[in-house]
Design a protein around this ligand. Structure first.
Ligand code: BGC
Length: 768
């Protein structure tokens, strides 16, 4: 008997149970069909293997593992080979720790720099995100460990992340929010894809047959496992119908929902069988090669190499860097001693070791004269610390100032409310700059900040959140032992009001209008010629490069790159394409290829950037298909604002007019939902259902709801922002998920929340 027949023979009672995990971090198991449980673990830049208190928020402890640079940092390397190598390291650590599937990488597009989880994602550009994600996947899976890319799809805000609805047009969906996943699926072939918590155009991603079956499986040929995000199954029956195979973590009551739906004909049993079959194939396929030992030291050194290749030199006036060994260097700033090297939430790693700039500088050949903390991490003004820093700085020729965002500003389940650095850090910078000394700023944070303070600095390095060995990498860049080669994977605007979705990003808690459409990041700034602080793709080097003899060929563009300076170094050749206009709505330049090239001083290399299936395509909303035909402008550049070569490439095939050309203003304005009259809810106005957020329970009639609302208020006052936010925005279904309740008890709970206390309690206690 074959696997499918074996599965068919199982009772529906048994089958239904296999569609949810067997524990918090384990998939389902079934002896009868030979399916073993698979252990899953976060995450994207290091393993978070929990032996006690399992949770999806990064709370509590986890076993030590290497904390590699976060995706936001690694994206600045623009180096897919390095990404693949990082993946191999993750895969090996996973195998050693008994984990068969790594929940990562995450590749959501950075629509706004305020998204609390941007540090976990690669870029504002889907092509770069997709290529890097595919590389990670290939690496992770090289030894048989599975990779699960996430969060599919259009997940770009943390506030109310489990419930909001993204209103997005088809062209934007395809080009901006799905292309990265398409590339990762086709080129990385991940074993699994995780659905996002949010809704897209009114439908939860987890219940979307269109996203999961029609697009992911049928159009892109994905044949692996589709997993829910943790607690992100909202309607179990719709989820199975959509083609989602596994609900995580274990849910005690959803099996009953599946069983009942099959029994009364609402759900086709074949769909259940297919999901089990895919799980079975998955559990057999993911068998990591045995890894008996991990060389933690070597992994930590590799993490440093990743950081070295990701540092972005944003400014270097008059060759302020690298530092000479004679100048007296004062090191100032809390981040030099207590590094920020990762973000908070489910990706939180318990590192095997953490270095810092202070320690590394002490061991370097620099003329290091001392360290001062300078400011309090959480923003409190402290005159004493500031005075001490000034006193030290007076004795120095050069101040290395370590600035950054505090931990609470970049985390899962909350977004930033502004892009500024804490005021006390800027006050310190102002005071130091009055001394007239050379200031070199090192920035530690997971993304974009307002950078207008950099006028007071001679040089700036953006270190991002560069993992457990990032401190050493920064000092190597300061001394010139390495030459920074990172390029920004996101634009730094002059001010936050310039971000294309600025006005609408946070307008409604539960609805997000993607009115800016395809105009995200540099595509917007370039289209409207908005001046920016630092463009997408930008980064300096201690050497210089020239680009000559660029030529378009049938299958790509070639150029000779020469290192014309006196130091070895790397640059990134970037290929941008502008599709026909005005027949189709286009941005003036879209990244469609890139190549990082390392050259010794004086060395030249012919670099070739091939065209691929994504180079010449535009989503044609009228025809609901990709169209290729037209005349494309292909450019090579050092960044999205500086091109050194242009050529025209014609492609055959019809161009179907999509819509009349519009100004950006018209394009934008017609896509914002009309303002809803605000309804002031009072107690008793709301009827709780499984999707009601804990925060809203205060509007329900019942005493039980009031009790939960009270607990939520207490949490809101707690100092732990992560916990408070997560608790308040959890739907009721999520809370019940972890309890061994029967569906009748869940029903009873809702009735109790809605004021039918006795009826509800009877169902909860007597289960009838
Ligand atoms: C996150 C996922 C993560 C999961 C398990 C969720 O809250 O959104 O990215 O993999 O928890 O920790």
């Amino acid at each position: 008997m074959n696997d499918r027949q074996n599965i068919q023979k199982l009772s529906i009672h048994k089958k239904a149970k296999l569609l949810t995990g067997s524990a918090f971090w384990q998939s389902a198991e079934c002896e009868e069909v030979g399916m073993e449980a698979v252990t899953l673990s976060d995450g994207p830049h290091g393993l978070r293997v929990q032996d006690k208190m399992p949770n999806h928020l990064g709370l509590g402890t986890s076993c030590p593992s290497t904390c590699f640079p976060t995706a936001a940092a690694m994206a600045c390397s623009w180096d897919t080979e390095l990404g693949e190598e990082l993946g191999r390291h993750l895969g090996a650590e996973a195998a050693y720790m008994g984990v068969s599937m790594v929940l990562g990488p995450g590749l959501n597009v950075k629509r706004s720099p305020k998204c609390g989880r941007n540090f976990e994602y690669f870029s504002e550009d889907p092509y770069l995100s997709g290529k890097l994600a595919a590389a990670y996947v290939r690496g992770i899976q090289a030894n048989g460990t599975a990779s699960c890319i996430k969060h599919f799809a259009v997940n770009s805000r943390e506030r109310a992340r489990m419930v909001y609805d993204c209103r997005v047009d088809e062209q934007t969906l395809r080009e901006t929010y799905l292309t990265g996943f398409e590339i990762a699926v086709k080129e990385g072939r991940p074993a699994a894809v995780m659905t996002a918590y949010n809704k897209v155009n009114g439908e939860y991603c987890n219940s979307s047959k269109r996203l999961v079956t029609d697009i992911l499986r049928t159009e892109w040929g994905f044949d692996g496992l589709v997993v829910s995000d943790w607690g992100g199954t909202y309607d179990k029956v719709a989820s199975v119908k959509a083609g989602v195979d596994l609900e995580m973590p274990r849910c005690y009551f959803s099996a009953k929902e599946v069983e009942e739906a099959v029994m009364d004909g609402r759900l086709d049993e074949n769909l259940v069988d297919e999901s089990i079959y895919r799980q079975l194939s998955f559990s057999r396929a993911v068998r990591s090669a045995a890894v008996k030992d991990v060389d933690w030291f070597a992994h930590s050194s590799f993490a440093r190499r990743c950081a070295e290749n990701s540092l972005v030199l944003l400014k270097n006036d008059g060759g302020a860097l690298p530092l000479s060994f004679s100048e007296r260097v004062a090191l100032i700033g809390d981040f030099a001693r207590t590094p920020r090297y990762q973000g908070a939430g489910s990706s939180l790693v318990n590192p095997t070791f953490v270095d810092n700039i202070l320690g590394a500088m002490g061991k370097s050949p620099l003329n290091f004269i001392g360290f001062e903390q300078g400011f309090k991490r959480k923003g409190e003004e402290n005159q004493k610390l500031l005075n001490r820093a000034l006193k030290l700085a007076e004795r120095a020729d050069t101040i290395v100032l370590c600035l950054g965002l505090p931990e609470g500003m970049e985390l899962e389940s909350a977004d930033r409310t502004h892009l500024s650095l804490p005021e006390n850090q800027l006050n310190l910078l102002n005071a130091l700059s009055a001394l007239g000394k050379k200031i070199v700023a090192v920035l530690s944070c997971g993304g974009v900040v307002d950078m207008n303070w950099d006028e007071k600095c001679s040089a700036v390095i953006h270190a991002y959140l560069s993992g457990q060995s990032g401190g050493g990498a920064v000092v190597k860049a300061l001394t010139g032992e390495i030459n920074p080669s990172g390029r920004l994977a996101e634009t730094f605007p002059l001010k936050e009001e310039d971000v294309s979705c600025h006005e609408i990003y946070n307008k409604y808690p539960y609805k997000m209008d993607y009115a800016e459409g395809i105009y995200v990041g540099y595509k917007y700034y370039n289209a409207l010629e908005v001046p920016v602080k630092y463009p997408f793709g930008y980064g300096l080097s201690y050497t210089t490069f020239s680009y000559t003899d660029a030529k378009a060929q049938r299958d790509g563009v070639a150029v000779t790159v020469t290192n014309t300076g006196s130091r070895d170094g790397a640059t990134v050749v970037q290929m941008y394409v502008k599709a026909p206009r005005p027949e189709l709505e286009r941005s003036p330049a879209e990244l469609k290829g890139f190549k990082k090239v390392f050259l010794q001083a004086g060395q030249s290399e012919r670099v070739f950037i091939p065209f691929d299936e994504y180079t010449f395509r535009v989503w044609n909303a009228r025809g609901a298909c990709w169209s290729e035909g037209g005349t494309y402008l292909v450019s090579l550049g050092e960044n999205s604002r500086s091109m050194f070569f242009h050529t025209i490439v014609g492609r055959g095939g019809a161009v179907t007019a999509d819509r009349p050309p519009q100004s950006y203003g018209e394009y934008f304005a017609c896509r914002i939902s009309p303002e809803q009259p605000k309804r002031q809810l009072k107690k008793g106005d709301l009827t709780a259902d499984l999707m009601t957020e804990i925060y809203d329970l205060k509007y329900c009639k019942g005493f039980v709801a009031g009790l939960f609302a009270l607990i939520s208020r207490i949490y809101s006052r707690s100092k732990d922002e992560l916990l408070a936010n997560s608790m308040n925005h959890l739907p009721i279904r999520f809370i019940l998920l972890f309890m061994n309740y029967k569906s009748i008890q869940v029903e009873g709970f809702l009735e109790a929340c809605n004021g039918h206390f006795l009826k509800g309690i009877r169902k909860i206690i007597f289960k009838r």
